[in-house]
Ligand binder design. Structure first.
Ligand code: SAM
Ligand code: SF4
Length: 335
């Protein structure tokens, strides 16, 4: 192990989110436009490069890896990468290997992922209505995702559902979603829609459903107990006493969580974003690719990047314009 990564605000960086592809088999309306142009293959880190990159971060103190995308499970031969990370779990250097997925490929991948050491997975699901599901994901099919969720639970992987709160779309499903998750012993996290990328003519201010309003609606039916649990990210959790389940709220726009931020994000091309809400990034692909024999220049580039991690983000909806709007898509930095 080398010296741990500490940023200028004394935050230890122990959590790396890695996007392994910008491609996806869905086209969710808040995430992508229908006709996306994807990156040429040579721009992407190879599976071997991803291994070297993640292993370097683990050596520098990263204890949790979350694999995301795009849709991570559509990346060709992705199990090669997951299987390569197993050695870090076995050595105890890595405490958790996990992923965020749309669930479409889980029927096939759940067991191999469990075999590789994955014990928890976040699955994105915004509605339980087949027609609405097809509308919001454009290309997705609900039954396939439900089979994926079944397969994950059967394999012994704990499932958390992530639901983007969309005004006028899934407001009426608040309680059905909570109850469905409770029946299946799954936690549920709501995410406020964020201004990311150009996704066509959807108006994000129209879609914005404030999670404080959502929470107030929940409190009319359930006793909500605040949990002290913090992940170092923008999520806050409550327990719904009547169902026993944990419900999370990710409110990057209306909540300031930056002081406890412990994470950085790596794109599929090897750019390191120090903050989801800032444009500042460092290219790690060049120091990696140009030095096949040694990781020293890569380590140096990582340290230099962390030294620039900003104090906080600039998102702001308060003036009824989408200020602080990010030009990149969520599928680029991996959400
Ligand atoms: N494809 C995988 C999935 O959907 O779970 C992983 C990548 S996806 C970009 C990660 C998460 O970001 C998903 O839960 C998705 O709903 C969320 N997301 C995408 N665009 C968003 C936006 N504009 N605002 C809030 N959440 C968004
Ligand atoms: Fe694909 Fe996930 Fe984006 Fe939906 S949210 S388009 S599933 S990357």
């Amino acid at each position: 192990m080398t010296a741990p990564l500490i940023d200028p605000f004394q935050r230890a960086i122990t959590y790396l989110r890695v996007s392994v592809t910008d491609r996806c088999d869905f086209r969710c309306v808040y995430c992508m436009s229908e006709n996306m142009t994807f990156l040429p293959k040579k721009e992407l880190l190879t599976l071997e490069e991803l291994d070297r990159m993640c292993s370097t971060f683990v050596r520098m103190g990263v204890e949790k890896l979350r694999i995301t995308g795009g849709e991570p499970l559509v990346r060709r031969d992705i199990m090669t990468f997951f299987n390569a990370m197993t050695r870090h779990l076995e050595s105890g250097d890595l405490r958790e290997l996990t992923l965020t997925t749309n669930g479409s490929q889980l029927e096939r991948f759940a067991q191999p992922l469990h075999d590789a050491g994955v014990r928890r997975v976040n699955i994105s699901l915004d509605t339980l209505d087949e027609k609405k599901f097809a509308d919001v994901t454009r290309w997705g099919r609900l039954p396939q995702v439900l089979r994926g969720i079944d397969a994950a639970q059967k394999a012994g992987i704990r499932v958390k559902i992530n639901t983007v709160a969309l005004k006028g779309f899934n407001e009426d499903e608040l309680f059905p979603l909570v109850e469905w998750c409770a029946d299946r012993d799954m936690d549920l996290t709501f995410i406020e829609v964020m201004p990311m990328g150009d996704i066509g003519n959807e108006d994000r201010l129209d879609q914005y459903w404030k999670l404080t309003d959502l929470r107030a609606q929940l409190a009319e039916r359930y006793t909500l107990t605040d949990l002290a649990e913090r992940t170092g990210g923008p999520a806050r959790y409550v327990r719904a006493e009547e169902t026993g389940q944990k419900i999370g709220f990710i409110t990057p726009l209306s909540h300031n969580f930056c002081e406890s931020c412990n994470r950085v994000r790596l794109t599929c091309t090897g750019e390191l974003y120090m903050c989801l809400g800032q444009e500042d990034m460092a290219d790690l692909r060049a120091p990696l690719r140009n030095n096949p024999g040694t990781d020293a220049p890569l380590e140096e580039a990582i340290r230099a990047a962390i030294a620039h991690k900003p104090k906080g983000h600039d998102f702001d909806y308060s003036r009824q314009t989408v200020d602080g709007r990010m030009s990149r898509h969520m599928s680029h930095t991996g959400g």
